[in-house]
Design a protein around this ligand. Structure first.
Ligand SMILES: CC(C)(COP(=O)(O)OP(=O)(O)OC[C@H]1O[C@@H](n2cnc3c(N)ncnc32)[C@H](O)[C@@H]1OP(=O)(O)O)[C@@H](O)C(=O)NCCC(=O)NCCS
Length: 170
């Protein structure tokens, strides 16, 4: 039987979370921050989040996600989200659980869409995002030395539970 993945809301002060994210930054995995991760950068991302969700397996930190406004004021109804899973817990569904949880959680926090601004073209999570309803709405050429980055957008379920249709080109 697969081991359960327990999700609960937390904060940026979760023990081990800074170190987990710092390791991801150190290896250049999916986030643009340069190593070594600075506490101000961590605070701006995880400390400023509207919601931090912690994933644990057997009581051990396995991963985390955050949801925060993608922009100020008129743009604040759109969320930005981030997902990290510890190297020891990858490939067993923790990331998928965190992404699905964000989609469900976002409307109650006042978000009607989730946008990713900088998905590395070769990020392993890209296939997951597309499978779960995100659409590519932009491409940033040569955003990284060796690859483009993509902007992804997805509406979150409305009160009826139905997601609005994807955007059309204006
Ligand atoms: C991306 C990340 C969150 C995925 O977490 P995970 O727990 O390993 O993912 P899951 O086991 O839930 O896999 C979900 C799906 O992601 C994809 N995936 C995950 N790892 C993959 C890999 N190494 N290669 C290809 N696809 C992969 C698969 O489509 C998988 O679908 P499946 O369940 O049908 O196999 C994790 O690798 C990570 O923390 N990476 C560093 C940070 C990062 O890049 N975050 C995303 C920023 S956009």
């Amino acid at each position: 039987m697969p081991r359960p993945i327990d999700l609960m809301t937390g904060t940026a002060t979760e023990p081990g979370l800074f170190e987990l994210f710092a390791g991801i930054v150190e290896r250049g995995e999916g986030f643009p921050q340069l190593p070594p991760l600075r506490t101000e950068e961590y605070a701006a991302m995880w400390g400023a989040a509207t919601a931090v969700v912690i994933a644990r397996m057997d009581g051990i930190l396995a991963g985390a996600s955050y949801l925060k406004p993608n922009g100020p004021g008129l743009g604040a109804h759109i969320a930005n989200a981030g997902y990290i899973v510890s190297p020891e817990h990858r490939g067993i569904g923790v990331g998928r659980r965190l992404v699905e949880d964000s989609i469900r959680r976002a409307p109650a926090l006042g978000f009607d869409a989730i946008q990713f601004n900088f998905v590395f073209e070769r990020n392993p999570a890209l296939g997951l995002y597309l499978e779960l309803g995100w659409v590519v709405i932009g491409r940033i050429p040569r955003a990284l030395v060796d690859q483009d980055a993509l902007i992804l957008w997805r509406a979150t379920p409305g009160e009826s539970g139905d997601a609005p249709p994807p955007p059309t080109r204006g």
